[in-house]
Design a protein around this ligand. Structure first.
Ligand SMILES: Nc1ncnc2c1ncn2[C@@H]1O[C@H](COP(=O)(O)OP(=O)(O)O)[C@@H](O)[C@H]1O
Ligand SMILES: [Mg+2]
Length: 263
């Protein structure tokens, strides 16, 4: 047993399994890439990757730097168009959507957390969380009221009016998590969300992300090269040279998503 799987066994034990409304079968696959290929010039960044994620599931994508993790995340999120293969969200192929429809899908169905929070520095923490709702057409007062409701859950009550420069790195990432979840997306994509944090702040951020994702029934695709961070996931896969090892599609591994079974 590797260090990573040992951490995973203990951390994942406390993570609830995704459950369907019926409560019997495993949750449905919400996002699925099949046969994904992506080439940059002469670099084959992805060479035939299959990866699916169930509603409410947290999947960690591990692998060395340059192996294709971010490219995979960008293809699954509709940020990059793969050169080959297909991505389905809720059963519908997203490559058949035009740029506008894909952008709308990203705004409404997906949330994003990046390594350096990428909060808007001129806006307060509250305004940063409200921003995705404003972009989706909500009235400012409604958007800010919804955003305010997140701060106690983040452990950041009282810090709503601070700007990103007045928050610690970990606090900023917690704000970024709320911004990713505020639209109630189906999937949150997190690319090295703890990469710029010390161990303790990173653990706090991962606990928050996985707890809130479970409460909101949001799937999380987590890219990380740190085993201790991947340990928070239900399932780990590894990308090497654009290929995936580990269990790529949940249907191949029904074990880990039967409610009540140890994952
Ligand atoms: N926009 C790009 N243009 C050219 N090459 C790229 C681009 N994005 C990624 N690559 C290359 O594709 C490979 C995979 O990159 P990436 O997915 O960022 O890896 P990881 O996230 O695992 O570090 C690397 O060789 C990288 O240099
Ligand atoms: Mg990367």
């Amino acid at each position: 047993m590797t260090l990573g799987t040992r951490f995973a066994a203990s951390a994942a034990a406390s993570l609830p399994s995704p459950v369907t409304a019926a409560g019997h079968d495993a949750a449905p696959t919400v996002l699925e890439g099949r046969g994904l290929h992506k080439r940059f010039g002469s670099t084959d960044a992805l060479r035939g990757v299959d990866l699916g994620i169930r509603a409410g599931e947290v999947v960690a994508v591990m692998g060395p730097s340059g192996s294709g993790k971010s490219t995979l995340l960008h293809c699954l999120a509709g940020i990059l168009v793969p050169d080959g293969g297909s991505v389905r969200y809720d059963g519908a192929p997203i490559e058949s959507l035009g740029e506008d429809a894909r952008s709308r899908l990203r705004r409404t169905a997906f949330g994003f957390v990046f390594q350096f929070g990428q909060l808007v520095p001129e806006l307060t923490a509250l305004e940063n969380v409200a921003l995705p709702l404003l972009l989706n057409g909500q009235k400012r007062a409604d958007a800010e009221a919804a955003a305010a409701g997140w701060f106690p859950r983040l452990g950041l009550a009282g810090k709503e009016r601070r700007r990103p420069g007045e928050l610690s790195g970990g606090e900023g990432q917690r704000v970024a998590i709320a911004r990713a979840l505020v639209t109630r997306p189906g999937v949150v994509f997190a690319d090295e969300p703890t990469g710029a944090l010390d161990t303790l702040a990173g653990e706090h951020v991962m606990e928050l992300l996985t707890t809130l994702a479970a409460e909101e029934r949001v799937a999380v695709l987590l890219v990380t090269h740190e085993p201790r961070v991947a340990a928070y996931a239900h399932r780990e896969v590894v990308v090497r040279d654009g290929r995936l090892s580990g269990v790529g599609t949940p249907d191949d591994d029904a074990r880990s998503f039967q409610p009540g079974s140890p994952s």
